[in-house]
Design a binder for this molecule. Structure first.
Ligand SMILES: [Zn+2]
Length: 153
């Protein structure tokens, strides 16, 4: 039974560089993450299909079947050997833009690649902007609270 770990949530995102954010954009890098994946090529739910469907493995030793979509950040665990990664991805994250491009990385046209990478880049930038805004707002609130407490004295 597949379970969702998190929704797309900015506050859960670590502050990573734009370059690092692109690491799992590439199918080859996603595939490399599945070193401890519990299923092999004999199963439908194999590393190659997982990587093609946008997932990379992100679990610890105790969570060998935890995978995350590089695009929508949806985390899923509890995979079964016969699960279809594309199908499960679309069931649990209907609005993931990556799913619009229904095919392996090599099957995408140049136009589709450009569109996908542009959208992804915008997402990464928007998250960085949101995280900077949140930090500034927090600093501002703290400064304001300090100023108010000083005034009262
Ligand atoms: Zn996704």
């Amino acid at each position: 039974m597949i379970g969702c770990r998190t929704d797309d949530n900015i506050s859960n995102e670590k502050d990573i560089s734009v370059r690092d954010a692109f690491h799992y954009y590439w199918e080859e890098n996603r595939l490399k993450s599945f070193t401890n994946w519990p299923f092999s090529d004999k199963n439908q739910c194999n590393p190659k299909k997982m990587a093609q469907a946008g997932f990379y493995a992100c679990g610890s030793k105790d969570e060998r079947d935890l995978a995350k979509c590089f695009f929508c950040n949806k985390e899923l665990d509890g995979w079964e050997p016969d699960d279809d990664p594309w199908l499960e991805h679309s069931k649990h994250s209907k609005n993931c833009i990556f799913l619009k491009y229904n095919g392996a990385e090599d099957d995408l046209t140049v136009e589709e690649h450009t569109e996908l990478i542009t959208t992804y880049f915008e997402n990464v930038l928007n998250k960085k902007v949101a995280s900077v805004q949140a930090k500034i707002q927090k600093d501002f609130n703290e400064t304001l609270a300090t100023a108010k407490s000083v005034k009262k004295k």
